[in-house]
Design a protein around this ligand. Sequence first.
Ligand SMILES: Cc1cc2nc3c(=O)[nH]c(=O)nc-3n(C[C@H](O)[C@H](O)[C@H](O)COP(=O)(O)O)c2cc1C
Length: 212
Amino acid sequence: MKIAMIHGSPKLGNSNSDYLLQKLEPLVCSGNEIFHYQLNKKPLADSQYRELCQMDTLVLAFPLYIDAIPSHLFRMLVALEEYLKLEPKKELYVYAIINNGFYEGVQNHLAQEILQNWCLRAGIQFGQAICHGAGEMLGEVKQVPLGHGPLKNLGDAINSLAQNIQTRTQADSVFVSPNFPRPAWKFMATHTFWNATAKKNGLKTGDILRRL
Ligand SMILES: Cc1cc2nc3c(=O)[nH]c(=O)nc-3n(C[C@H](O)[C@H](O)[C@H](O)COP(=O)(O)O)c2cc1C
């Protein structure tokens, strides 16, 4: 089976979407051919769109942006829909790993519905999405093996996604939050991530809270 791993974060450096794809890949590579696509540097070329039409499975990993799909990825889906009309492939399955900044993975429900509707419109099969909250925590727990500690729920979700991909099964989407107390996560995210990121970008803590 030909599987396309599509990295849908616009970040140029390390991204949580990339981390999630890297965790999934070893679980689905056996007996399959894996192809990688990036959207963060330049739009896909005509030849890449044609390749995607010949895949058996597309796996999209992307962040939640304003309760929806990042615009560069959305543009790619709109373009791919036109290619799929010319080279229809009904047995193409789409799976997704969506991650978001807030704690609750359920925040991603609209983005997964957008993807589900896009599949219907493009005439292809929606397989399943797994949706994980507290995305920016992932970089901080890189040493923790998947399926353990704060990554227990995520590990279970990725394992079931891998199985569904291997067997081309359609399943209900899964929404998970980390196995970590919400108040502790909020404290750490504010102090070690958001405030530190603001400082790195020449902003003060108060600038984050300022309303335009
Ligand atoms: C422009 C923008 C919009 C975002 N919108 C949301 C949102 O609506 N809800 C949310 O929970 N997180 C939101 N986030 C946070 C990202 O989803 C989160 O940081 C994610 O982990 C980034 O994943 P990545 O590293 O794969 O790009 C937003 C981030 C940016 C930059």
